[in-house]
Ligand binder design. Structure first.
Ligand code: ITT
Length: 200
């Protein structure tokens, strides 16, 4: 089955290809960039909006991922705002000096400075939209936020997220190690399983 990956994030695209290709799916990149307004208030709504928009535009089964970091002591922030956390008024705006990932991480560390409870989880909702319906699955990865960034793998908040049971950050794991335990890996394997049992 051909699956169009409905994302503008190269980090996500890499991971989705890495996880779905060995499961027998032909993963296709979007022919051109497309911004979809994420007007939903949940990961699921936003994933559905993106999958449907790419499907309607390009006419292929489209897979979207809406994901983010949920931090307990920040009342669930950055959550659905993870990709643009630095620019939110919540917690004070952070200056953009380099990449948005770097500014997001800087703001997160500032807000958690001196905090004892550093629990966090990554959450992903994936939606595959085709034949006028959306199939979805979700995955989580629990861990905590470390004091300063470590490692160069992955993307986003990976350098400051230490998964439960590990003494390395997500950005210090091998790509396959991340996929085995990540929110995205878990969600995509569930979705593939569901698809396999749907007989479509
Ligand atoms: P698309 O909507 O085009 O897919 P996006 O980056 O805007 O790209 P989201 O709205 O789902 O996607 O935001 C996800 C953000 O959550 C992402 O930019 C990171 O900041 C963070 N995030 C999600 N998964 C992550 C992961 O595996 N590692 C680190 N950070 C992650």
């Amino acid at each position: 089955m051909k699956i169009l990956v409905a994302t503008t994030n190269p980090g996500k695209l890499r991971e989705i290809e890495r996880i779905l290709s060995p499961l027998g799916y032909e993963v296709v990149e979007p022919p051109e960039k497309m911004e979809v307004e994420e007007t939903g208030s949940t990961f699921l709504e936003n994933a559905y909006l993106k999958a449907r928009a790419y499907h309607d535009r390009f006419g292929l089964p489209a897979l979207a991922d809406d994901s983010g970091l949920v931090v307990e002591v920040l009342g669930g922030y950055p959550g659905v705002f993870s990709s643009r956390f630095y620019s939110l008024e919540f917690g004070g705006r952070e200056e953009l000096r380099g990449s948005t990932d770097e500014a997001n991480v800087r703001k997160l560390l500032r807000l958690l400075e001196g905090r004892e409870n550093r629990e966090a989880k990554f959450v992903a909702f994936v939606v595959l939209y085709f034949q006028d319906r959306g199939l979805f699955a979700s995955g989580e990865c629990r861990g905590e936020i470390v004091d300063s960034p470590r490692g160069s793998g992955g993307f986003g908040y990976d350098p400051v997220f230490k998964p439960e049971g590990y003494d390395r950050t997500m950005a210090e794991l091998e790509p396959e190690e991340k996929d085995r335990i990540s929110h995205r890996g878990r969600a995509l394997r569930k979705l593939a399983d569901l698809l396999g049992r749907c007989n479509l």
